[in-house]
Design a protein. Structure first.
Length: 87
């Protein structure tokens, strides 16, 4: 049987499927899976709120360049800019 299934645009091979099946047959450490947590890590004691922001392509390019230069994420750069402007 030839697989035509894809994950993230990549063809899944029969070997991968067999490996995943063997892993499942061997069983999983349920306690280890429960310890992994869910979602993104928190930023503090209080829940964070997601805020949508529309930017032009030029603004995104500028933001990404600064984030790359400083080794930060887009979100970190935006949060710092908000903190600095409110000070």
């Amino acid at each position: 049987m030839v697989s035509s299934e894809m994950i993230n645009g990549k063809l899944v091979t029969e070997e991968q499927i067999a490996g995943w099946a063997a892993e499942a047959d061997a069983g999983y450490d349920v306690e280890a899976l429960k310890r992994r947590g869910r979602g993104r890590p928190g930023r503090g004691a209080e829940p964070s709120q997601v805020v949508a922001l529309r930017l032009t392509l030029d603004e995104i390019a500028t933001l990404d360049a600064r984030a790359e230069r400083e080794g930060k994420t887009r979100s970190e750069v935006i949060r710092e800019a908000l903190t600095d402007s409110a000070a």
